[in-house]
Design a protein around this ligand. Structure first.
Ligand code: DAT
Ligand code: MG
Length: 151
């Protein structure tokens, strides 16, 4: 089975609106495992690296301002097909086009306030995990329910 890792972040709006627990709850109850987590303020340099692919977009400045505006909670999530599964927990980029039942669909209205970030591919996941975490910050442990989550 492919146990994959992905990067997930509760953005400043999630932290400021008290939605961190909701984000974590959905990850945990799916059976995915949190293997690293920290609350932090993203500085401008890290924001520009993290969102490097959007550097030329008109919304880049606002995106960097937003993501550095208040603390975030950064996480590494592990599990079967974690990249795709976490993206499906988030929903579509635009909360207003995101189905109810997803984090963005349930809690957002505006494209620039979409609650959560999740890596879009295994390659992005590796890059983003390495940007935010040192290897020793990623923990290896078993959840007690793994024999019931995985066959
Ligand atoms: P996602 O976060 O779903 O991977 P993305 O990588 O295309 O989406 O964009 C990164 C973030 O930038 C996104 O979460 C919200 C913001 N964003 C994307 N497109 C935008 C637009 N057209 N106007 C304003 N903000 C936008
Ligand atoms: Mg993206």
């Amino acid at each position: 089975m492919s146990r994959e890792r992905t990067f997930l972040m509760a953005k400043p709006d999630a932290v400021s609106r008290g939605l961190v627990g909701e984000v974590i709850r959905r990850v945990e109850r799916k059976g995915l495992k949190i293997v690293a987590m920290k609350m932090m303020r993203i500085d401008r340099d890290l924001a520009e690296q993290h969102y490097g692919e959007h550097r030329e977009k008109p919304f880049f400045g606002d995106l960097v301002s937003f993501i550095t505006s208040n603390p975030v909670v950064a996480m590494v999530i592990e599990g079967k097909d974690a990249v795709r599964v976490v993206r499906s927990l988030l929903g579509e980029t635009d909360p207003n086009r995101s189905p109810m039942g997803t984090l963005r669909g349930d809690f957002g209205l505006d494209l620039g306030r979409n609650i959560v970030h999740g890596s879009d591919s295994p390659e992005s996941a590796e890059r983003e995990i390495n940007l935010f975490f040192r290897p020793e910050e990623i923990l290896d442990y078993e959840r007690a329910d793994e024999g019931w989550v995985y066959e």
